[in-house]
Ligand binder design. Structure first.
Ligand code: SF4
Length: 329
């Protein structure tokens, strides 16, 4: 098992399939985009499936989430999902996406064994969306969400990041939109992972502020905290339930003590934490002919040295040099 020195076991594997994206959200990358990872360095579909198989069959991973950049841009995605969901023991296979492209891909992905999607949606206002993402694609995202729901990828989960002075007045509207459609909404505190290093704690909308804004319009009661386990979201019943809303206080209410995640980047590096400063290079080892045993050993060693937490509040905190799009959200 992928156990670290604090006794946490990583069972949730996040695999980035590409660092490219068709949006330019300001909390992630600059409007002109980034220098993308060179193509020969990206894992091939076969290499991804080999490493995921190793993780599931030998290292105790039970959930595989494909992410990016934007994973729907990866041409072999449906094939990768199909091969992942046919592994035994069968992992839960999910996808974090901006939703653009789901109209075309939601049904084939569901058929390939995908169990659910998390779609980012920060605003319902087309102008704000364009300002934030530097692309006029809000209708595509909303259509993508509807397509995921129609394909049975339920509950469709929506992730929202509120930013001061940009969309922080939209908490209620976003929740109403999701409640009306049966989507599960989670608000996430913005983390310092943008390529421009523009994050500031003062501008971050905190979990407390999000809850205060929602409580102006909804009655929120804490859902059974015993249910939370290693899930990052604190869940609240909305107006008595059964509908729920989640708040992920990544910065002000960290949940690193029960973290069960490990990440594999699109260029084959194991990261034991979003904020890790070290990586373990499985791609080079694999291409140099490493056996599954050797790869497993490297992976185990990489997780063993995971730090206790992200340490954002620590004066010595250093933002990782890889931006979020190249780590995998
Ligand atoms: S910051 Fe690192 S340790 Fe904390 S929950 Fe995220 S991945 Fe886990």
């Amino acid at each position: 098992m992928l156990r670290d020195s604090f006794g946490r076991v990583a069972t949730d594997l996040r695999v980035s399939l590409t660092d490219r994206c068709n949006l330019r959200c300001s909390y992630c990358m600059p409007p002109e985009g980034l220098e993308w990872l060179p193509k020969p360095g990206l894992l091939t579909a076969d290499e991804i499936v080999r490493l995921v198989t190793l993780a599931v069959e030998r290292l105790g991973v039970t959930e595989v989430r494909y992410t990016g950049g934007e994973p729907l841009l990866r041409r072999e995605l449906v094939d990768i999902v199909a091969r992942t969901s046919s592994l035994r023991p069968a992992p839960q296979v999910s996808l974090t996406t901006n939703g653009i492209g789901l109209v075309r891909l939601a049904a084939p992905l569901a058929e390939a064994g995908l169990s659910r999607v998390n779609v980012s949606l920060d605003t319902l206002d087309r102008e704000t969306f364009e300002k934030l993402a530097h692309r006029d694609r809000l209708p595509d995202v909303l259509d993508g969400l509807a397509a995921a729901d129609a394909a049975g990828l339920r509950p469709v989960k929506v992730n929202s990041v509120l930013m001061r002075g940009i969309n922080d007045h939209e908490a209620t509207a976003l929740l109403r939109h999701c409640l009306e459609r049966g989507y599960e909404l989670r608000f996430i505190e913005q983390m310092p992972l943008d390529a421009q290093h523009g994050w500031s704690r003062e501008n971050m909308i905190t979990a407390e502020e999000i809850l205060a804004a929602l409580r102006e319009d909804f009655d929120l009661t804490e859902a059974d905290p015993g249910e939370r386990g290693s899930a990052p979201a604190e869940l609240f019943l909305v107006d008595g339930g059964p509908a729920r809303v989640g708040v992920i206080g990544s910065v002000t209410r960290p949940f690193c003590g029960s973290c069960d995640r490990v990440r594999l980047t699109a260029d084959g590096q194991v990261r034991n934490c979003l904020f890790a400063t070290d990586e373990s290079d499985l791609r080079s080892a694999m291409r140099a002919g490493a056996s599954d045993e050797e790869l497993a050993e490297r992976w185990l060693a990489a997780v063993r040295i995971k730090k206790a937490g992200h340490g954002i509040d620590d004066p010595s905190f250093l933002q990782p040099s890889r931006p979020m799009s190249a780590i995998g959200g």
